[in-house]
Design a protein around this ligand. Structure first.
Ligand code: NAD
Ligand code: UD1
Length: 338
């Protein structure tokens, strides 16, 4: 199968490129390197020993995308390209709506012109909102999002669903990721956040390697066993393998399908701190701080549908997550920027 990964040089895209190539599929990547580096794709080629066709372009640029799609005519497009920082989306909502919605509309317009039908989209558990109680099922109504980033995912899901409704020859697969973490087991690719990390695992990793003094745990007065929030942390290579199954499914079926990609197992902030300390061989220094605005207490998946329909389930646990995140961080302390 020929695949085109928009945003494929990014964190999840680069790991998915490895999984796709290892499953015997062809991979082309379009990225504007807004939040990534072509070095990630060079390392994908190093890991797999296979070549990736790389295009530097903005996915919202219709002329550029028409040419790329015409040259590739992929069996499936996996649409990762987007802006993803929750806090930044609150400060810069128009940039988030413009980039995330425009890239999706441009892709759909080009796909229609060229008769391309199959798309897999990176959505998020954030669309379940604040009021659904975990475990989250795909059949639950989407909720009220707490930030513009979340609303862009909510809206992109709706746009893609409507596109299929108008053209039943399409195949739309909406993947709701829980908390992607970890790195490829080689330590050659991983998450490389710019500036101070917002998310837990990159922050812990930078404390472990000595780039930050300590972690602030956002609240220990939640109604959970240790008082800290619980999440469904999924190894990025499990997530990547979920994309292989989803892309293969998309070429075989018509319709719109939603899948949770999670493990179904919640872990608290302090569970992750402990597991990372075990993986890196020294305890992670932390302090308890106030709650972070917008955080939900609990979020985890019911992952039955992906197992039953796609034949996929997460295989790696938090020990592998921390081991691989540590390997990436300790061998690339400055990320790709060295
Ligand atoms: P990332 O920032 O590492 O990757 C996104 C990639 O898209 C980057 O390489 C960036 O340069 C590129 N990009 C952005 N706008 C572009 C444009 N207009 N044209 C071309 N390239 C563009 O993020 P990621 O963590 O790999 O996330 C991938 C997707 O998954 C995103 O859509 C994100 O919202 C979604 N997602 C991520 C998480 C997570 O925790 N990482 C959770 C849920 C959903
Ligand atoms: C966040 C986003 C979510 C997005 C996801 C992408 C919010 C409210 N949600 O999820 O929409 O899809 O990132 O990965 O921002 N924590 C600390 N200290 C830190 C950082 C985090 O204690 O320095 C805690 C948080 O309070 C939370 C847990 O760690 O309980 C996980 O946080 P994070 O990694 O930011 O992910 P989410 O908040 O689940």
């Amino acid at each position: 199968m020929k695949t085109l990964l928009t945003g494929g040089a990014g964190y999840i895209g680069s790991h998915t490129a490895v999984a796709m190539l290892e499953a015997g599929h062809e991979v082309a990547v379009v990225d504007n390197y807004y939040n990534s580096s072509p070095e990630a794709i060079r390392r994908v080629e190093q890991i797999t020993g296979k070549a990736v066709t790389l295009y530097e372009a903005d996915v919202a640029d219709k002329d550029a995308m028409r040419k790329i799609l015409k040259a590739e005519m992929p069996d499936c497009i996996i649409h990762f390209a987007g802006l993803k920082a929750v806090g930044e989306s609150v400060a810069k909502p128009t940039e988030y709506y413009r980039n995330n919605i425009d890239t999706t509309l441009t892709l759909l317009e080009c796909m229609k012109e060229l008769g391309l039908s199959n798309i897999v989209f990176s959505s998020s558990a954030t669309v379940y909102g604040e009021d659904n109680i975990p475990p989250f099922y795909e059949t639950m109504p989407k909720g009220v999002c707490t930030n513009p980033y979340g609303w862009t995912k909510w809206m992109q899901e709706q746009i893609l669903r409507d596109a299929w409704y108008a053209d039943k020859e399409m195949s739309v697969v909406l993947l709701r990721y829980f908390n992607p973490v970890g790195a490829h087991e080689s330590g050659l690719i991983g998450e490389d956040p710019q500036g101070i990390p917002n998310n837990l695992m990159p922050y812990i990793s930078q404390v472990a390697v000595g780039r930050r003094d300590h972690l602030t745990v956002f609240g220990d007065d939640y109604d959970t066993p240790d008082g800290t929030c619980r999440r469904d942390y999924i190894h990025v290579m499990d997530l990547a393998e979920g994309h292989v199954k989803a892309a293969e499914y998309s070429v075989e079926h018509r319709g719109t399908e939603v899948f949770n990609l999670g493990t179904g197992n919640p872990y608290s902030v302090l569970d992750m701190v402990k597991a990372f300390g075990d993986a890196c061989g020294h305890p992670i220094k932390y302090e308890i701080g106030p709650r972070r605005a917008g955080d939900v207490q609990d979020s985890w998946a019911n992952a039955d549908k992906a197992r039953e329909v796609l034949g996929w389930e997460a295989k790696r646990g938090i020990d592998e997550i921390c081991r691989d995140a540590w390997k990436w961080q300790s061998t690339n302390p400055q990320g790709y920027g060295e």
